[in-house]
Design a protein around this ligand. Structure first.
Ligand SMILES: NC(=O)c1ccc[n+]([C@@H]2O[C@H](COP(=O)([O-])OP(=O)(O)OC[C@H]3O[C@@H](n4cnc5c(N)ncnc54)[C@H](OP(=O)(O)O)[C@@H]3O)[C@@H](O)[C@H]2O)c1
Length: 319
């Protein structure tokens, strides 16, 4: 097995996953612009070719399971080669509004539907997508435990929780992984749970590693966004935050040049060197994006390079 195909154990599970996972939100076509089935299918193929075996989808990736159906098309006959993760407890209603629903009935129904769409009898990892403020988290966790008991998922996991929510969830349903947002510019969610995860050997599969493309370093300071580009709604894509991120990217570009890699690869490699991080989930809608992203897996950064980046990030935080 070459270095880029080296696997990491996910938490205490026996799942062996690639350090970069393919995030399937962009191919759902809900918010990314210019998504086509042809390009999405090519992206999934390219991920496999590049040594990725970990695929992250969800009940709500598409208004009607679009990401799952694309995955099922490519992965038919390759079930044994991949680790499939999905999430339940969020859906889009008839008006295409996003609804968080952590009731046990919905969790069980979403789980059955996910299996049907993916055309598998069991998936490897099922997350509660997000705690539902209207439902005690122990109740949602109880349903997730039931999903595992039924054999629909090998392991349970939970996404978007703080330390207290994680502990309450675990009182009803042990997890092998969590899924928080995490990137150079947004580390708070992981900081809240890192110690617990390290102590209990819970894997962290983090998302927004590239902050939806910002940290891929290809959006110039004066990039003209399409008016319908939803990234403009994120604070980090606006005003001073945008300018400061671009200042960081200038420095990252220089270091990436010295290392002979791209900014996206440097950012992902840095992420994979952070304590407790098991997997960087990276979204893509075109093959060349995931090819670039996957090539970050074998990159090793030394102490000096890591310290330089940490210093730049520290400078960014100081007023
Ligand atoms: N648990 C949760 O609540 C949650 C929430 C969000 C995401 N996730 C998971 O985490 C995954 C990652 O998040 P994400 O997909 O939203 O964002 P992301 O990985 O931070 O960014 C993906 C976007 O970055 C751009 N990109 C990717 N590779 C690139 C490259 N090599 N060069 C230039 N641009 C590149 C593409 O956007 P353009 O082509 O449009 O520029 C792509 O759609 C998701 O797909 C999903 O599986 C989970």
């Amino acid at each position: 097995m070459n270095d880029s195909a080296a696997r990491r154990q996910l938490g205490t599970s026996d799942l062996q996953v690639s350090a970069v996972g393919l995030g399937c939100w962009p191919i759902s076509g809900v918010s990314s612009l210019g998504v086509t089935d042809q390009q999405s299918l090519a992206t999934i193929h390219a991920a496999l070719e590049a040594g990725i075996n970990f695929f992250d989808t969800a009940y709500s990736y598409g208004y009607d399971g679009e990401a799952d159906r694309l995955l099922a098309t490519v992965l038919a006959g390759r079930r044994g080669d991949v680790v499939l993760a999905s999430k339940v407890g969020i859906y889009f209603d008839a008006a295409r509004q996003r609804v968080v629903d952590g009731t046990p009935e919905t969790i069980l129904e979403h789980s059955r539907t996910v299996l049907r769409r993916l055309r598998v009898e069991q998936i490897d990892l099922m997350y509660l997508h997000q705690p539902d403020p209207r439902v005690p988290i122990e109740e949602s966790a109880g349903a997730m435990a039931e999903v595992v008991r039924c054999g629909w998922a090998r392991y349970a996991a939970v996404s978007n929780v703080d330390a207290q929510q994680l502990s309450r969830f675990q009182s009803e349903c042990p997890v092998v992984a969590v899924q928080p947002p995490f990137n150079m510019l947004q580390q708070q969610s992981v900081e809240k749970i890192r110690e617990t995860c390290l102590q209990q050997q819970i894997g962290i599969a983090c998302y927004w590693v590239l902050m939806k493309g910002l940290l891929a370093g290809k959006l110039a300071r004066d990039h003209q966004f399409h008016p319908q580009d939803r990234r403009l709604t994120y604070e980090i894509y606006q005003g001073q935050a945008w300018q400061r991120s671009q200042d960081l990217l200038d420095k990252l570009r220089e270091l990436a040049g010295e290392l002979g890699c791209t900014v996206a690869q440097l950012v992902i490699a840095w992420t994979l060197h952070q304590p407790g991080i098991s997997v960087a989930l990276c979204g893509a809608k075109r093959p060349e994006q995931i090819e670039e992203t996957a090539a970050a897996m074998p990159i090793r950064l030394d102490e000096k390079q890591l310290a330089s980046i940490d210093r730049w990030l520290e400078d960014l935080r100081s007023p």
